[in-house]
Write a protein that binds this ligand. Structure first.
Ligand code: MN
Length: 199
């Protein structure tokens, strides 16, 4: 069974003014769609892998045949990361978290503000293309920034929150001002989804 591009869980213009409609259309319909198509094209060479879920492929890339491993890593990683990025955003969201994730963030980073500051620095400071993450690593929360297609699942960690810092995620509206984009993105964080992943 082929991997599929999930529809956005809201309208293309639902995240305005923080993320503009044109960026969302191109990002989802062109960039994300291409990763899904390229992942499926790679897997056509190994039909025995076509029944495997995306998580399983990424958690155990060493078992993916070498001739398609880079293609699966690149396109599968990007498919996973984008699917999650759409879900951890929502209209009328953002603000401070509540529930179990709020307590865990306070315990790990001292305060929500300290966490936000550290996460923003990691995401904004990622050199080149990549992603900013909150992950569960063993029992504890950690912030990291991966490059290109890197995904914490590949390192045995549980991804809880992600922001895309590839230029295609923000360039139309924010040009080179990645910090402004990340600052605005906090208004979109879907903490209910982060809590669901944390449980
Ligand atoms: Mn992207």
């Amino acid at each position: 069974m082929a991997h599929e591009l999930p529809p956005l869980p809201y309208a293309y213009n639902a995240l305005e003014p923080h993320l503009d409609e044109q960026t969302m259309r191109i990002h989802h319909d062109k960039h994300h769609a291409a990763y899904v198509n390229n992942l499926n094209a790679a897997l056509e060479k190994h039909p025995e892998l076509q029944g495997k879920g995306l998580d399983d492929l990424l958690k155990d890339l060493g078992r993916v045949p070498e001739d398609i491993r880079t293609a699966v890593r690149n396109n599968g990683g990007q498919h996973y990361n984008h699917s999650m990025y759409w879900q951890v955003m929502a209209p009328n969201a953002g603000g401070a978290p509540s529930g179990p994730i709020a307590d865990a963030i306070r315990a790990a980073f001292g305060s929500f503000e300290a966490f936000k500051d550290q996460f923003s620095k990691a995401a904004v400071g990622r050199f080149g293309s990549g992603w900013g993450w909150l992950v569960k690593d063993g029992g504890k929360l950690a912030i990291e920034a991966t490059s290109n297609e890197g995904c914490p699942l590949m390192e045995g960690k549980v991804p809880l929150l992600v922001v895309d810092v590839w230029e295609h995620a923000y360039y139309l509206k924010y040009q080179n001002r990645r910090a402004d984009y990340v600052g605005a993105w906090w208004n979109l964080v879907n903490w209910a989804e982060v809590n669901r992943r944390f449980k």
